[in-house]
Design a binder for this molecule. Structure first.
Ligand SMILES: [Zn+2]
Ligand SMILES: [Zn+2]
Length: 161
């Protein structure tokens, strides 16, 4: 019998989508999941520095058309590893939007060699070049609804009863 379970790429990308729902910046909701050896080691979403106000409460802090208050989801995931002392070498990242140049540089420098993304988003040509240059890969993931059919409030109720 073939494995009927949700494939890893669908599972980890869905985690990134869930994280994006926690974003506190309304300009773009992004989630990122760091994975190593099929284990989630960290997750992040774009939001303020802990202790600062949230964009959703006080509005974005926009300079040169960017919200400068938020830390990007990928950075937050990496920083969680820095804070907790978790190695990111050879880890993979699942992110809802193609990483910006700064995040791409940070991810590569932190040892991440596989970037899975859900949406193309202003894909930076130099970021793409860098990914190729260091022998990393960026691969688009399409979420397949068939794997999520079991998810419904009905079955969630069964789980919580
Ligand atoms: Zn903002
Ligand atoms: Zn970024």
């Amino acid at each position: 019998m073939t494995d009927q379970r949700i494939p890893w790429d669908q599972y980890f990308m869905a985690q990134a989508v869930l994280l994006a729902l926690r974003s506190t910046c309304t300009r773009l909701e992004v989630g990122a999941t760091l994975v190593k050896d099929k284990r989630i080691i960290a997750g992040g979403y774009n939001g303020s520095v802990s202790g600062d106000v949230h964009c959703i409460d006080d509005g974005c802090y926009v300079v040169d058309n960017h919200c400068i208050r938020t830390i990007h989801a990928e950075m937050n995931a990496l920083l969680q590893c820095a804070k907790l002392g978790i190695s990111t070498d050879q880890a993979e990242v699942y992110v809802t939007h193609f990483p910006c140049l700064q995040c791409t540089k940070a991810l590569l420098q932190a040892g991440i060699r596989k970037i899975y993304y859900l949406h193309d988003y202003r894909n930076d040509p130099y970021a793409v070049e860098l990914i190729n240059q260091v022998g990393a890969t960026a691969q688009k993931v399409v979420l397949e609804p068939e794997y999520f059919q079991k998810l419904s409030f009905g079955s969630l109720n069964e789980l919580t009863e």
